[in-house]
Design a protein around this ligand. Sequence first.
Ligand SMILES: [Zn+2]
Length: 163
Amino acid sequence: MHCPFCRHPDSRVVDSRTSDDGASIRRRRQCPNCNRRFTTVETTSLSVVKRSGATEPFSRDKIVGGVRKACQGRPVSEDDLAILAQKVEETLRSSGSAEIDAYEIGLAILGPLRDLDEVAYLRFASVYQAFESLEDFEAAITVLRAGHTDHDEDDTAEEPPAS
Ligand SMILES: [Zn+2]
C-alpha cells in the first residue's frame, strides 16, 4: 500500500471497520514517512478499466498469461507465477479502489516480477514502459544494480562502504 501523498511503500492501519453488508472493509491508515492519514476501502469485487474505457473483472489468469511470456526460458515455475498474480491482486485490492486502471496493473506486476527474475522483469518492463533505446535498458539495469547493494527496505540505511 503506497502512501498517496509521498508514495512511501508502507502504511500502518490505525482503524478498521467492516461495512454493514460485510462486502467491504474501510481502513484508516497512517504513513510512517509523512504521517499523513488516508482511508482505503477493500471490496470483494475488482474491475479493470481498459484503455478503451470498457471494464472487465480482474483475472489472475490474465496476469499469469502476460507475465509467462516474459518468463520464457527463465527458471520461473507455474507456482511462482501463481504467487506473483496473488501478490498483484493483493496490491491492487489494498489500493482500496474497486476499479483499477489497466496501467496500474502493469505497475503492480513490476515489483514482484523484479524480485522473481530480473531478466523477465527487463523484458516485461521494456514492453510495458515502451523502452525505445538502449539508454532505456541501461537506466533500468542501473536501477536493478542499485537494488543489489541496497536490499534494506529502510530508506535511512547507510550506503555500503566502497570497496
Ligand atoms: Zn506518506
